[in-house]
Design a protein around this ligand. Structure first.
Ligand code: 3ON
Ligand code: FE
Length: 492
């Protein structure tokens, strides 16, 4: 069901950069209203809340941010009940957000290059991190938590989205500890008699990097915690799990902190991709009593932010990941609004097989299409699985913004693409299993799509079984939500 593209601004492109840019305007308002403008029908069995997090402000009182990843976390909640939906959004009242809104200007440097006004002198040697709580939001142990990988979670009221404060997970974390924004939920943890369990990590980078693994019970109690040091600097955003292992990709990068220290750029801009160095795959057994330590493997150079899933197959661990063949060096002068997509390498889905016995790593490109934000039915996390869903570009090749969602069947190789091109821009889909589901694709896919024609966002609901019939419902919001990073569905 590819919508016929209408005439484009530039020949051969499925979008106009101007339209894409508008999705990165700040959304300073906080709303609370029932969604009434709906095409199609919300499935009556869809009960629960879709939470999404992302940078809501792309400027601070008119001072533009250098990069969207520096934007203050704004959480949206779309509550589904009895075929109806309600929208609510709120900023996470982090200390930095509150201070800066009062001051009317940036008071902190951002990791991705946002500087305080006043030039290099005003920024040099200011190493304070602003915990911006903008990357993911999860519901676990009865708490709604907004996550940002370089610092502690913030707890929110799951109903009103009011900020309760920094949360140390009942003493599991200490002030200054990080907690990554990519927890994995093992649906049936073998170490805990088949109960659900949340696995997450934190990294402390330096000349060597420490990985700490946390495993939490459904009540939020600490089940397992262990730390491992590996040589070299690491920038690791996401990981994958299997019943017995945590898998990390240590991207081939170097870190030269000098320009950051002296106030010329953000810490994240000092990370340099090394195309000639191998990627290291780190495998950490989850049961350290049985299998202590960490195993390291090597594969070709490439940069991975997000993993789709991993599973065990005999002596092998299989991992599916979105991989970039290169990352551009960041130019501290460049404006992200002017991104020329066509000059960058696309993120692409790769399949990796790590042989734990022989140490050999094999890899294979699954699809050429530019994509990001892979997801799957949460019941299949860590297990051999058949379907992956991913935010995808309209065209089958080349780098471009995400404009659709792709369903990929590993068994048959079938691909189904729904595209909102040329005016719509997508992001991460979230899979919600059908309450009486049996098959892996019994459920719905919820995607936020920015519609540049109306400068508003839609919640698009697909029947995951059949993309080809088009969305079962499109909920039109009264406003736009700046492109978000991650979201989850909670049955509350
Ligand atoms: O000095 C170190 C280096 C570093 C970069 C240590 C550190 C921990 C302070 C650090 C910080 C890293 C952080 C805060 C990373 C945050 C990442 C983030 C907010 C988002 C990442 C998004 C990734 C992707 C692939 C987004 C894709 C977006 C689109 C396709 C557009 O819609
Ligand atoms: Fe992420």
């Amino acid at each position: 069901n590819l919508q016929m593209p209408k005439p484009f601004v530039k020949k051969g492109l499925s979008y106009s950069t101007k339209d894409w840019q508008k999705g990165y305007q700040s959304q300073p308002n906080e709303y609370d209203y029932p969604i009434e403008d709906i095409e199609g029908e919300i499935p009556s069995e869809l009960e629960g809340t879709l939470y999404r997090n992302g940078p809501g402000l792309l400027d601070i009182n008119g001072y533009p941010l250098h990069h969207p990843f520096d934007g203050d976390g704004m959480v949206s909640a779309i509550q589904f009940s009895k075929g109806r939906a309600h929208y609510r959004n709120r900023y996470v009242r982090t200390q930095g957000f509150v201070e800066e809104q009062l001051a009317g200007k940036p008071l902190y440097r951002g990791v991705f290059g946002t500087q305080k006004p006043g030039g290099v002198l005003a920024n040099a040697f200011d190493f304070r991190l602003k915990n911006i709580a903008n990357t993911q939001v999860i519901y676990w142990g009865g708490k709604l938590l907004a996550l940002w990988e370089a610092a502690e979670p913030h707890q929110l009221n799951p109903q009103t989205l009011e900020t309760i404060g920094i949360d140390y997970l009942d003493g599991i974390l200490e002030p200054g500890d990080a907690f990554a924004a990519h927890p994995c939920i093992d649906p049936h943890c073998e170490l805990d008699g088949g109960e659900q369990c949340l696995v997450n990590f934190s990294i402390k980078p330096g000349l060597s990097t420490t990985f700490t693994i946390y495993e939490l019970s459904p009540q939020g109690k600490l089940l397992r915690k262990h730390a491992h040091s590996v040589p070299g600097f690491a920038f690791v955003h996401d990981f994958a799990i299997t019943p017995n292992y945590c898998i990390f990709f240590q991207n081939p990068v170097s870190f030269n902190p000098l320009p950051y220290l002296f106030g010329f750029c953000g810490a994240g801009e000092c990370v340099e991709f090394k195309p000639k160095q191998p990627t290291r795959i780190l495998v950490i057994p989850r049961n350290q009593k049985q299998q202590p330590g960490i195993k390291c493997f090597e594969t070709h150079s490439g940069f991975v932010f997000h993993h789709a899933n991993a599973y065990e197959q005999g002596d092998k661990i299989c991992v599916d990941s979105i991989c970039y063949q290169s990352l551009p060096g960041v130019d501290p002068q460049a404006d992200f609004h002017d991104t020329d997509f066509t000059t960058l390498d696309p993120g692409q889905l790769w399949h990796f097989e790590v042989n734990l016995k022989t140490g050999k790593v094999e890899r294979q490109l699954v699809d050429k299409r530019c994509c990001e934000f892979p997801t799957l039915n949460p019941e299949w996390i860590g297990r051999p699985y058949r379907y992956v869903y991913v935010g995808a570009a309209h065209d089958p090749e080349g780098n471009a913004p995400l404009q659709g969602v792709l369903k990929l069947d590993f068994q048959t190789g079938e691909r189904q693409l729904w595209s909102a091109a040329p005016y719509g821009f997508s992001g991460e889909p979230v899979f919600v299993p059908h309450p009486n589901g049996v098959n892996e694709d019994d459920g719905w896919l919820l995607t936020l799509v920015y519609d540049s024609r109306y400068h508003r966002s839609d919640i698009v609901i697909h029947d995951a079984k059949d993309f080809n019939k088009g969305p079962v419902a499109q909920l039109h919001l009264k406003h736009h939500i700046p492109y978000t990073l991650h979201g989850t569905f909670a049955h509350i």
